[in-house]
Design a protein around this ligand. Sequence first.
Ligand SMILES: [Zn+2]
Length: 263
Amino acid sequence: MIKIDKPTQPPISKKLKDELKVATDLLCKEYLNNKADYNAGEKAFSFDNDLYKGGSKKEIKEQLLHIQGYKCCFCEKKLTQYDDVEHFRPKTAYQRYKGDALNYPAYYWLAYNWDNLLIACKVCNSSYKGNLFPLFNEDNRARNHLADISLENPLLINPATENPEDFIGFRRAFAYDKNERGRQVIEFFNLNEDRRNEKDFYQDELYSERERIFWLVKNANFVANLFPTDSITQNDIDEAREIVEMHKQKDAPFAAMIRANFP
Ligand SMILES: [Zn+2]
């Protein structure tokens, strides 16, 4: 996980911004008109996914992909065309912990909110995160759009607003915790293993991939620090330095791990 430099204002057209505002106002009005039904889970919101996902309006998805360097916001794997925009705070229903019942409504008013949108890989999103949004202070959970989400202390790290390096470090390819929240997030996304995509039944080689890149850069870093000899030219050394630098760039997969190992 690496810090994402996300602009505070969405870099999208005014037309889409206006549409998002209208759609959000409508959801809030709808909630106030049928508060009891929504709180009881008897009525469910319907969302226009095209507004942020794609369809004719791919603006948000394209911007997020670009800003995130085409990487998952949680595991730093390269994204594919099948990965989708994800809501940091779930929009329809939320669970406080694994196995908890679904609680309605969730953060409907943030469904189209730029600050709440990120792109995650299918495995982080479907197999691990889903509707989970645990808080350390459940009593302060914002239950509707009139509440203040800044009072919430979420377990999950939002890489657009917090620096994951404050919570998670790397020793070789292994992610280690720097504090309790780091520990829980590593466990939450199973960041130190090859994971299983529960939905499509395939193996996600998260740890193996990270390890392959670690060894590649470690070897390059070794050469980068040599002096030219009969068998190693200055050109070899320069190329090795380039390889190390390339893997530290923010759009390189697992750049946080490389930066931590080769500062
Ligand atoms: Zn991921």
